[in-house]
Design a protein around this ligand. Sequence first.
Ligand code: SF4
Ligand code: SF4
Length: 353
Amino acid sequence: MGGAKRNPPDNKRWVTLRSTHPTRHMKTVSFSKNSTNIFFHILTNCNLRCQHCYINPEQHGKNTLPLSTIESWLEAFVGKSDTANVIFLGGEPTLHPDLSSAVKCAKRLGYSSVTIDTNGYLFHDILSKTEPDDIDYLSFSLDGATRQTNDRIRGEGSYDICTAGIREAVSRGFSTSLIYTVSRTNIRELEQMGPLLKDLGIRRFFIQVIGIRGKSASIGEKLQLSKEEWLRAIPKVAGKVAELGITVTYPKVFLDSEEPFECAGLVADNYFIFPNGRVYQCPLCEDFPIHSLRFEGDRLVRTGKINERDLFTLSIPEGCVMNKLIQPDNLEYKDNGAAAYKIACCLLKEEIR
Ligand code: SF4
Ligand code: SF4
């Protein structure tokens, strides 16, 4: 699994806000109000120890969910809106011996799309136990265009295994996407990703911003890009990759003061489920016991005050409240004390086709 990921599935209801190129369609992806997206961490165990891993077993649990629990928790979200999409995550979800059954269960229950986010090790022979029709996207995480950079972040040998896993999946007819979590450590190689993605047969490319959470928070050096660095590099690379016929998605991150701000926690139906039963509506809240829902057995119940929903309603000039609370270093202020820009909801994406 990646370090700072969880991308919304492809959704036909996304709204095109602008087009900047006659053959390249760029849009800000509005929050989908008619679909439910569940980001289902079925375990937190992983074979890798990536530098930027956000998994926090103290807050998320150390257990592996039994298949029967996965099935009943999947059932709890079906029918909440017109469509439901599930992304299976971990830890490394392919370490779960029943992942293939969980995928089939999601399809049987009527989930419109099923995605598996994987670090590429593809345990338990998952490619043989599922069919390309069962899985809309197998989403691989790679954090460098070269073996050296990726393995520095994700661990020795992970580049070779991940790229071999992608080739194997593509050769068997699976649709694949790739997540690249950008930081100061690997930004210089982002531009080299286009040819590699093309060579691997990747259909969608997700550029992700590194979150100062989990292990990243304990690394002394500053990993996040500044606004200038982000805007200088990301849209340009995204455009070039899109010209290769690969759909590119990246977080909006920065909003000018006149651009509208929306908190997905208030307007969208996203649920981040952990094996200890906590269910969050905001990924930035996941390191704190402020989840708005929890499973009691098979029953989904609301938690009492104070929880993340109490934060969603606060309106501040800096945009996202949770960003200001947990990573205020990415904010800037003018001489008169006014916010220089707003931080968008971390779930707001730009997409170039
Ligand atoms: S692959 Fe494993 S260690 Fe790496 S980010 Fe994902 S869960 Fe964390
Ligand atoms: S990241 Fe910020 S804006 Fe988005 S859901 Fe969380 S609190 Fe709301």
